[in-house]
Design a protein around this ligand. Structure first.
Ligand SMILES: Nc1ncnc2c1ncn2[C@@H]1O[C@H](COP(=O)(O)OP(=O)(O)OP(=O)(O)O)[C@@H](O)[C@H]1O
Length: 448
Protein backbone atom coordinates (compact mmCIF):
# COMPACT_ATOMS: atom_id res chain seq x y z
CA UNK A 1 0.00 0.00 0.00
CA UNK A 2 2.84 2.36 0.77
CA UNK A 3 3.76 2.21 -2.93
CA UNK A 4 0.63 4.31 -3.57
CA UNK A 5 1.98 6.82 -1.08
CA UNK A 6 5.42 6.67 -2.65
CA UNK A 7 3.97 7.36 -6.09
CA UNK A 8 1.84 10.15 -4.66
CA UNK A 9 4.95 11.76 -3.23
CA UNK A 10 6.75 11.46 -6.55
CA UNK A 11 3.86 13.07 -8.37
CA UNK A 12 3.60 15.90 -5.83
CA UNK A 13 7.33 16.47 -6.08
CA UNK A 14 6.95 16.96 -9.82
CA UNK A 15 3.93 19.25 -9.46
CA UNK A 16 5.06 21.47 -6.62
CA UNK A 17 7.81 24.02 -6.30
CA UNK A 18 10.82 22.28 -4.67
CA UNK A 19 10.80 24.45 -1.56
CA UNK A 20 7.07 23.92 -0.95
CA UNK A 21 7.58 20.23 -1.42
CA UNK A 22 10.49 19.98 1.00
CA UNK A 23 8.87 22.27 3.58
CA UNK A 24 5.41 20.75 3.62
CA UNK A 25 5.22 17.39 1.91
CA UNK A 26 8.49 15.71 2.76
CA UNK A 27 7.96 15.77 6.55
CA UNK A 28 4.58 13.99 6.21
CA UNK A 29 4.57 10.39 7.31
CA UNK A 30 2.14 7.76 6.11
CA UNK A 31 0.42 6.05 9.04
CA UNK A 32 -1.88 3.64 7.24
CA UNK A 33 -4.00 3.01 4.19
CA UNK A 34 -7.10 1.04 5.02
CA UNK A 35 -9.86 0.61 2.49
CA UNK A 36 -10.67 4.16 1.43
CA UNK A 37 -9.01 5.95 4.34
CA UNK A 38 -5.47 7.24 4.25
CA UNK A 39 -4.03 8.40 7.57
CA UNK A 40 -1.03 10.65 7.54
CA UNK A 41 0.91 12.23 10.39
CA UNK A 42 2.52 15.67 10.45
CA UNK A 43 5.08 17.08 12.88
CA UNK A 44 2.98 19.64 14.79
CA UNK A 45 -0.35 21.44 15.06
CA UNK A 46 0.71 24.42 13.06
CA UNK A 47 1.79 22.10 10.28
CA UNK A 48 -1.55 20.30 10.50
CA UNK A 49 -3.62 23.42 9.99
CA UNK A 50 -1.35 24.53 7.17
CA UNK A 51 -1.66 21.21 5.37
CA UNK A 52 -5.41 21.18 5.90
CA UNK A 53 -5.78 24.66 4.44
CA UNK A 54 -3.31 24.38 1.60
CA UNK A 55 -2.48 20.84 0.58
CA UNK A 56 -5.09 18.39 1.83
CA UNK A 57 -7.22 18.57 -1.33
CA UNK A 58 -4.23 18.17 -3.59
CA UNK A 59 -2.89 15.20 -1.62
CA UNK A 60 -6.31 13.57 -1.57
CA UNK A 61 -6.83 14.04 -5.30
CA UNK A 62 -3.37 12.76 -6.16
CA UNK A 63 -3.81 9.71 -3.95
CA UNK A 64 -7.21 8.99 -5.45
CA UNK A 65 -5.86 9.30 -9.01
CA UNK A 66 -2.95 7.00 -8.32
CA UNK A 67 -4.83 4.43 -6.23
CA UNK A 68 -7.98 4.55 -8.40
CA UNK A 69 -9.99 4.77 -5.18
CA UNK A 70 -11.80 7.80 -3.82
CA UNK A 71 -9.68 8.21 -0.70
CA UNK A 72 -10.57 10.13 2.45
CA UNK A 73 -7.59 11.81 4.04
CA UNK A 74 -7.12 11.85 7.81
CA UNK A 75 -4.39 14.10 9.14
CA UNK A 76 -3.01 13.84 12.63
CA UNK A 77 -0.13 15.18 14.64
CA UNK A 78 2.61 12.58 15.15
CA UNK A 79 3.67 11.92 18.68
CA UNK A 80 7.41 11.37 18.82
CA UNK A 81 6.96 7.77 19.86
CA UNK A 82 4.67 7.13 16.93
CA UNK A 83 7.50 7.64 14.51
CA UNK A 84 8.06 4.03 14.96
CA UNK A 85 9.62 1.22 13.24
CA UNK A 86 7.94 -2.10 12.96
CA UNK A 87 6.43 -2.11 16.35
CA UNK A 88 4.17 -5.06 16.99
CA UNK A 89 0.99 -4.35 18.96
CA UNK A 90 1.02 -5.82 22.43
CA UNK A 91 0.40 -9.48 22.28
CA UNK A 92 1.18 -9.78 18.59
CA UNK A 93 4.23 -11.52 17.37
CA UNK A 94 7.10 -9.39 16.19
CA UNK A 95 7.03 -8.97 12.43
CA UNK A 96 9.17 -11.25 10.38
CA UNK A 97 12.26 -9.75 8.87
CA UNK A 98 11.37 -7.26 6.17
CA UNK A 99 13.51 -6.22 3.29
CA UNK A 100 14.07 -2.51 2.84
CA UNK A 101 14.08 -1.15 -0.66
CA UNK A 102 17.82 -0.81 -0.42
CA UNK A 103 17.95 -4.55 0.16
CA UNK A 104 19.17 -4.47 3.78
CA UNK A 105 17.33 -6.48 6.38
CA UNK A 106 15.30 -4.58 8.99
CA UNK A 107 16.05 -5.68 12.53
CA UNK A 108 12.73 -6.77 14.11
CA UNK A 109 14.13 -6.21 17.60
CA UNK A 110 14.10 -2.43 17.19
CA UNK A 111 11.14 -0.62 18.69
CA UNK A 112 10.05 2.96 18.04
CA UNK A 113 13.43 4.53 17.41
CA UNK A 114 13.16 7.82 15.62
CA UNK A 115 15.77 7.49 12.90
CA UNK A 116 16.05 11.20 12.29
CA UNK A 117 17.37 11.88 15.79
CA UNK A 118 21.07 11.17 15.44
CA UNK A 119 24.27 12.55 16.93
CA UNK A 120 25.04 14.07 13.54
CA UNK A 121 21.90 16.17 13.72
CA UNK A 122 22.46 17.19 17.35
CA UNK A 123 24.27 20.45 18.01
CA UNK A 124 26.38 20.34 21.11
CA UNK A 125 27.14 23.51 23.02
CA UNK A 126 28.01 24.38 26.59
CA UNK A 127 24.41 23.81 27.73
CA UNK A 128 24.28 20.17 26.67
CA UNK A 129 27.94 19.21 26.39
CA UNK A 130 27.97 16.95 29.40
CA UNK A 131 24.84 15.02 28.42
CA UNK A 132 26.08 14.81 24.85
CA UNK A 133 29.47 13.41 25.89
CA UNK A 134 27.83 10.92 28.23
CA UNK A 135 25.42 9.83 25.49
CA UNK A 136 28.29 9.30 23.06
CA UNK A 137 30.24 7.33 25.65
CA UNK A 138 27.26 5.06 26.26
CA UNK A 139 26.69 4.62 22.55
CA UNK A 140 30.32 3.61 21.97
CA UNK A 141 30.41 1.18 24.89
CA UNK A 142 26.90 0.11 25.82
CA UNK A 143 26.45 -1.31 29.32
CA UNK A 144 30.06 -0.83 30.29
CA UNK A 145 30.72 2.77 31.21
CA UNK A 146 27.60 4.41 32.53
CA UNK A 147 24.67 2.27 33.43
CA UNK A 148 22.04 3.53 33.78
CA UNK A 149 22.48 6.88 32.09
CA UNK A 150 19.96 9.37 33.44
CA UNK A 151 19.49 12.51 31.34
CA UNK A 152 17.38 15.32 32.71
CA UNK A 153 16.45 18.79 31.52
CA UNK A 154 13.58 21.18 30.81
CA UNK A 155 10.93 20.93 28.12
CA UNK A 156 12.09 20.89 24.51
CA UNK A 157 15.80 20.89 25.27
CA UNK A 158 16.71 17.77 23.31
CA UNK A 159 16.30 14.81 25.68
CA UNK A 160 14.24 12.77 23.23
CA UNK A 161 16.66 13.61 20.46
CA UNK A 162 19.67 12.51 22.49
CA UNK A 163 18.18 9.26 23.80
CA UNK A 164 17.17 8.25 20.26
CA UNK A 165 20.62 9.21 19.00
CA UNK A 166 22.10 6.72 21.47
CA UNK A 167 19.91 3.95 20.10
CA UNK A 168 20.68 4.83 16.50
CA UNK A 169 24.42 4.98 17.09
CA UNK A 170 24.41 1.66 18.91
CA UNK A 171 22.55 0.07 16.03
CA UNK A 172 25.00 1.44 13.54
CA UNK A 173 27.81 -0.42 15.29
CA UNK A 174 25.69 -3.41 16.34
CA UNK A 175 22.94 -3.89 13.76
CA UNK A 176 21.59 -7.01 15.45
CA UNK A 177 21.10 -5.60 18.89
CA UNK A 178 17.61 -5.35 20.32
CA UNK A 179 17.00 -1.69 21.01
CA UNK A 180 13.77 -0.35 22.43
CA UNK A 181 12.67 3.28 22.76
CA UNK A 182 9.53 3.82 24.80
CA UNK A 183 8.06 6.79 26.56
CA UNK A 184 7.19 5.80 30.10
CA UNK A 185 3.55 6.53 29.26
CA UNK A 186 3.62 4.04 26.43
CA UNK A 187 5.32 1.54 28.70
CA UNK A 188 2.47 2.02 31.16
CA UNK A 189 -0.23 1.69 28.50
CA UNK A 190 1.29 -1.48 27.18
CA UNK A 191 1.50 -2.82 30.70
CA UNK A 192 -2.19 -2.04 31.27
CA UNK A 193 -3.13 -3.80 28.03
CA UNK A 194 -0.99 -6.79 28.88
CA UNK A 195 -2.59 -7.06 32.29
CA UNK A 196 -6.03 -6.75 30.77
CA UNK A 197 -5.47 -9.40 28.13
CA UNK A 198 -3.39 -11.69 30.36
CA UNK A 199 -0.26 -11.17 28.28
CA UNK A 200 2.14 -10.36 31.06
CA UNK A 201 4.55 -13.12 30.13
CA UNK A 202 4.96 -11.67 26.68
CA UNK A 203 5.28 -8.18 28.08
CA UNK A 204 8.07 -9.24 30.45
CA UNK A 205 9.80 -11.31 27.83
CA UNK A 206 9.79 -8.45 25.38
CA UNK A 207 11.32 -5.84 27.66
CA UNK A 208 13.69 -8.17 29.41
CA UNK A 209 15.10 -9.43 26.13
CA UNK A 210 16.37 -5.99 25.14
CA UNK A 211 20.03 -5.15 24.78
CA UNK A 212 19.29 -1.48 25.14
CA UNK A 213 16.25 -0.03 26.87
CA UNK A 214 15.60 3.67 26.33
CA UNK A 215 12.80 5.13 28.45
CA UNK A 216 11.82 8.73 27.78
CA UNK A 217 10.05 11.01 30.27
CA UNK A 218 10.25 8.58 33.15
CA UNK A 219 8.71 11.15 35.51
CA UNK A 220 5.28 10.05 34.27
CA UNK A 221 5.47 6.73 36.07
CA UNK A 222 5.81 8.50 39.41
CA UNK A 223 2.82 7.71 41.56
CA UNK A 224 1.80 4.74 39.33
CA UNK A 225 2.44 1.88 41.66
CA UNK A 226 2.07 -1.08 39.33
CA UNK A 227 4.04 0.55 36.52
CA UNK A 228 6.87 1.42 38.86
CA UNK A 229 6.95 -2.10 40.19
CA UNK A 230 7.08 -3.64 36.73
CA UNK A 231 9.67 -1.15 35.59
CA UNK A 232 11.73 -1.90 38.68
CA UNK A 233 11.84 -5.61 37.82
CA UNK A 234 12.58 -4.90 34.17
CA UNK A 235 15.39 -2.61 35.26
CA UNK A 236 16.88 -5.21 37.60
CA UNK A 237 16.68 -7.97 35.07
CA UNK A 238 18.42 -5.89 32.38
CA UNK A 239 20.96 -4.42 34.74
CA UNK A 240 21.95 -7.82 36.05
CA UNK A 241 22.38 -9.14 32.52
CA UNK A 242 24.62 -6.15 31.71
CA UNK A 243 22.24 -4.47 29.32
CA UNK A 244 22.23 -0.74 28.80
CA UNK A 245 19.45 1.36 30.28
CA UNK A 246 18.98 5.05 29.48
CA UNK A 247 16.29 7.14 31.07
CA UNK A 248 15.26 10.75 30.61
CA UNK A 249 13.24 12.98 32.84
CA UNK A 250 12.36 16.61 33.22
CA UNK A 251 13.70 16.50 36.76
CA UNK A 252 16.60 15.23 38.80
CA UNK A 253 15.67 11.84 40.38
CA UNK A 254 15.41 13.28 43.88
CA UNK A 255 13.00 15.94 42.66
CA UNK A 256 10.47 13.61 41.03
CA UNK A 257 7.56 13.54 43.44
CA UNK A 258 5.98 10.13 43.91
CA UNK A 259 8.96 8.22 42.53
CA UNK A 260 9.65 5.13 44.60
CA UNK A 261 12.83 5.22 46.60
CA UNK A 262 14.15 1.95 45.15
CA UNK A 263 13.82 3.30 41.61
CA UNK A 264 15.29 6.65 42.54
CA UNK A 265 18.33 4.99 44.04
CA UNK A 266 18.81 2.84 40.95
CA UNK A 267 18.69 5.91 38.72
CA UNK A 268 21.53 7.27 40.80
CA UNK A 269 23.68 4.17 40.36
CA UNK A 270 25.04 5.24 37.01
CA UNK A 271 25.62 8.68 35.59
CA UNK A 272 23.24 11.61 35.86
CA UNK A 273 23.71 14.24 33.17
CA UNK A 274 21.74 17.42 32.75
CA UNK A 275 20.79 19.52 29.76
CA UNK A 276 20.59 23.23 30.46
CA UNK A 277 18.85 25.96 28.51
CA UNK A 278 20.89 26.63 25.35
CA UNK A 279 22.87 29.81 24.91
CA UNK A 280 22.29 32.11 21.98
CA UNK A 281 25.09 30.61 19.87
CA UNK A 282 23.78 27.08 20.29
CA UNK A 283 20.28 28.21 19.38
CA UNK A 284 21.65 29.95 16.30
CA UNK A 285 23.58 26.86 15.26
CA UNK A 286 20.49 24.67 15.71
CA UNK A 287 18.41 27.10 13.68
CA UNK A 288 20.95 27.14 10.88
CA UNK A 289 21.04 23.39 10.71
CA UNK A 290 17.26 23.00 10.82
CA UNK A 291 16.91 25.71 8.17
CA UNK A 292 19.33 23.87 5.94
CA UNK A 293 17.55 20.56 6.49
CA UNK A 294 14.25 22.15 5.49
CA UNK A 295 15.59 24.11 2.55
CA UNK A 296 14.89 27.45 4.26
CA UNK A 297 17.19 30.35 3.48
CA UNK A 298 17.71 31.92 6.90
CA UNK A 299 19.92 35.01 7.11
CA UNK A 300 22.32 35.31 10.03
CA UNK A 301 20.61 38.32 11.60
CA UNK A 302 17.22 36.61 11.57
CA UNK A 303 18.72 33.53 13.23
CA UNK A 304 20.13 35.83 15.91
CA UNK A 305 16.80 37.60 16.30
CA UNK A 306 14.98 34.27 16.77
CA UNK A 307 17.63 32.91 19.09
CA UNK A 308 17.29 35.99 21.25
CA UNK A 309 13.53 36.00 21.19
CA UNK A 310 12.80 32.48 22.33
CA UNK A 311 13.69 31.67 25.89
CA UNK A 312 15.03 28.15 25.60
CA UNK A 313 12.58 25.63 24.17
CA UNK A 314 14.09 24.37 20.91
CA UNK A 315 10.80 22.93 19.78
CA UNK A 316 9.29 26.40 19.96
CA UNK A 317 12.26 27.78 18.08
CA UNK A 318 11.72 25.24 15.31
CA UNK A 319 8.05 26.20 15.15
CA UNK A 320 8.97 29.82 14.44
CA UNK A 321 11.42 28.76 11.79
CA UNK A 322 8.78 26.65 10.04
CA UNK A 323 6.38 29.58 10.19
CA UNK A 324 8.92 31.90 8.57
CA UNK A 325 9.82 29.30 5.96
CA UNK A 326 6.16 28.84 5.14
CA UNK A 327 5.52 32.53 4.83
CA UNK A 328 8.56 33.04 2.63
CA UNK A 329 7.67 30.14 0.45
CA UNK A 330 4.02 31.04 0.02
CA UNK A 331 4.60 34.72 -0.64
CA UNK A 332 7.77 34.04 -2.68
CA UNK A 333 9.69 36.60 -0.63
CA UNK A 334 13.02 36.09 1.08
CA UNK A 335 13.23 35.95 4.85
CA UNK A 336 14.45 39.26 6.27
CA UNK A 337 14.61 40.69 9.76
CA UNK A 338 11.70 43.03 9.06
CA UNK A 339 9.61 40.17 7.70
CA UNK A 340 10.44 37.96 10.70
CA UNK A 341 9.48 40.71 13.12
CA UNK A 342 6.19 41.22 11.28
CA UNK A 343 5.27 37.54 10.90
CA UNK A 344 6.11 36.67 14.49
CA UNK A 345 5.15 39.94 16.11
CA UNK A 346 2.11 38.74 18.00
CA UNK A 347 3.80 35.65 19.40
CA UNK A 348 7.16 37.14 20.22
CA UNK A 349 5.94 40.44 21.63
CA UNK A 350 3.93 38.51 24.17
CA UNK A 351 6.97 36.54 25.11
CA UNK A 352 9.42 39.33 25.64
CA UNK A 353 9.97 42.93 24.87
CA UNK A 354 13.54 43.67 23.86
CA UNK A 355 15.67 44.73 26.78
CA UNK A 356 18.14 47.54 26.30
CA UNK A 357 21.83 47.36 27.15
CA UNK A 358 21.31 50.31 29.50
CA UNK A 359 18.62 48.46 31.46
CA UNK A 360 20.86 45.44 31.81
CA UNK A 361 23.82 47.54 32.93
CA UNK A 362 21.68 49.31 35.51
CA UNK A 363 20.28 46.09 36.96
CA UNK A 364 23.67 44.38 37.11
CA UNK A 365 25.30 47.43 38.71
CA UNK A 366 22.56 47.64 41.34
CA UNK A 367 22.85 43.93 42.06
CA UNK A 368 26.59 44.14 42.70
CA UNK A 369 26.37 47.53 44.44
CA UNK A 370 28.61 49.36 41.94
CA UNK A 371 28.14 52.26 39.54
CA UNK A 372 27.16 51.88 35.88
CA UNK A 373 30.19 53.98 35.01
CA UNK A 374 32.38 51.30 36.66
CA UNK A 375 30.91 48.72 34.31
CA UNK A 376 31.91 50.86 31.36
CA UNK A 377 35.37 51.69 32.69
CA UNK A 378 38.59 49.81 32.01
CA UNK A 379 39.44 49.38 35.71
CA UNK A 380 40.81 45.89 36.40
CA UNK A 381 39.68 45.65 40.01
CA UNK A 382 38.34 42.16 40.75
CA UNK A 383 35.17 43.61 42.27
CA UNK A 384 34.42 45.29 38.94
CA UNK A 385 35.65 42.72 36.42
CA UNK A 386 33.14 40.01 37.33
CA UNK A 387 30.04 42.29 37.28
CA UNK A 388 31.26 43.76 33.99
CA UNK A 389 31.61 40.32 32.44
CA UNK A 390 28.21 39.28 33.77
CA UNK A 391 26.65 42.41 32.26
CA UNK A 392 28.29 41.75 28.88
CA UNK A 393 27.13 38.14 28.98
CA UNK A 394 23.54 39.14 29.76
CA UNK A 395 23.57 41.77 27.01
CA UNK A 396 24.45 39.07 24.52
CA UNK A 397 21.86 36.68 25.94
CA UNK A 398 18.99 39.13 26.26
CA UNK A 399 19.36 41.55 23.36
CA UNK A 400 19.93 41.08 19.67
CA UNK A 401 22.94 43.42 19.74
CA UNK A 402 26.12 42.31 18.04
CA UNK A 403 29.48 42.08 19.85
CA UNK A 404 30.67 45.46 18.46
CA UNK A 405 27.39 47.11 19.50
CA UNK A 406 27.78 45.76 23.02
CA UNK A 407 31.44 46.85 23.07
CA UNK A 408 30.40 50.35 22.07
CA UNK A 409 28.03 50.64 25.04
CA UNK A 410 30.73 49.44 27.43
CA UNK A 411 32.98 52.43 26.92
CA UNK A 412 34.00 51.61 23.37
CA UNK A 413 35.53 48.20 23.94
CA UNK A 414 36.66 45.96 21.14
CA UNK A 415 34.37 43.07 20.08
CA UNK A 416 37.08 40.56 21.04
CA UNK A 417 36.94 41.83 24.64
CA UNK A 418 33.22 41.10 24.69
CA UNK A 419 33.67 37.61 23.24
CA UNK A 420 36.39 36.90 25.78
CA UNK A 421 34.22 38.14 28.67
CA UNK A 422 31.27 36.01 27.59
CA UNK A 423 33.40 32.88 27.24
CA UNK A 424 34.91 33.55 30.66
CA UNK A 425 31.50 33.84 32.32
CA UNK A 426 30.22 30.73 30.56
CA UNK A 427 33.14 28.65 31.77
CA UNK A 428 32.98 30.10 35.28
CA UNK A 429 29.26 29.37 35.45
CA UNK A 430 29.87 25.77 34.44
CA UNK A 431 32.02 25.29 37.54
CA UNK A 432 30.52 27.72 39.99
CA UNK A 433 26.92 27.03 41.01
CA UNK A 434 26.81 30.20 43.06
CA UNK A 435 27.68 32.35 40.05
CA UNK A 436 25.16 30.46 37.89
CA UNK A 437 22.48 31.18 40.46
CA UNK A 438 23.46 34.86 40.62
CA UNK A 439 23.28 35.24 36.86
CA UNK A 440 19.96 33.37 36.75
CA UNK A 441 18.50 35.61 39.41
CA UNK A 442 19.59 38.84 37.66
CA UNK A 443 18.23 37.45 34.43
CA UNK A 444 14.87 36.58 35.89
CA UNK A 445 14.54 40.01 37.50
CA UNK A 446 15.27 41.55 34.07
CA UNK A 447 12.77 39.32 32.32
CA UNK A 448 9.94 39.71 34.82
N1 LIG B 1 21.09 20.37 20.54
C1 LIG B 1 20.17 20.16 19.59
N2 LIG B 1 20.53 20.05 18.29
C2 LIG B 1 19.61 19.87 17.33
N3 LIG B 1 18.28 19.79 17.56
C3 LIG B 1 17.86 19.90 18.83
C4 LIG B 1 18.78 20.09 19.92
N4 LIG B 1 18.08 20.18 21.05
C5 LIG B 1 16.79 20.04 20.72
N5 LIG B 1 16.65 19.87 19.39
C6 LIG B 1 15.41 19.71 18.62
O1 LIG B 1 14.36 20.32 19.36
C7 LIG B 1 13.17 19.57 19.28
C8 LIG B 1 12.71 19.23 20.68
O2 LIG B 1 13.66 18.34 21.27
P1 LIG B 1 13.24 17.07 22.12
O3 LIG B 1 11.89 16.56 21.71
O4 LIG B 1 14.37 16.12 22.10
O5 LIG B 1 13.09 17.76 23.55
P2 LIG B 1 12.75 17.10 24.93
O6 LIG B 1 13.74 17.63 25.89
O7 LIG B 1 12.62 15.63 24.82
O8 LIG B 1 11.34 17.74 25.24
P3 LIG B 1 10.15 17.19 26.20
O9 LIG B 1 10.54 17.58 27.58
O10 LIG B 1 8.96 17.96 25.72
O11 LIG B 1 10.03 15.73 26.03
C9 LIG B 1 13.51 18.35 18.43
O12 LIG B 1 13.08 18.58 17.12
C10 LIG B 1 15.02 18.26 18.48
O13 LIG B 1 15.55 17.71 17.28
Amino acid sequence: MSSIWQETLEKLQKDLNPQHFSTWIKPIRLVSIERDTVRIAVPNRFFLSWIRDNYADLIQETLSDIGAVSYQLQIEVARPDEEKQDEPAPGKAAPSIEIKRSGTAVNPGVYNLNRKYTFASFISGSSNQFAYAAARAVASNPATTYNPLFIYGGVGLGKTHLINAIGNAILEENPDMRVCYYTSEKFMNELINSLRYAKMDEFRKKFRSMDVLLIDDVQFIAGKERTQEEFFHTFNSLYESHKQIVVTSDKFPKEIPGLEERLRSRFEWGLIADIQAPDVETKQAILKMKAEQNGIDLPENVALFLANSVSSNIRELEGYLVRLGAYASLTSTPITLAMAREVLKNILVEKRRELSIEEIQKTVATHFGIKVSDLKSAKRLKALVLPRQVAMYLCRQLTSCSYPEIGEKFGGKDHSTIIHAIKKIESKMAEDMQLSATVASIRSSLES
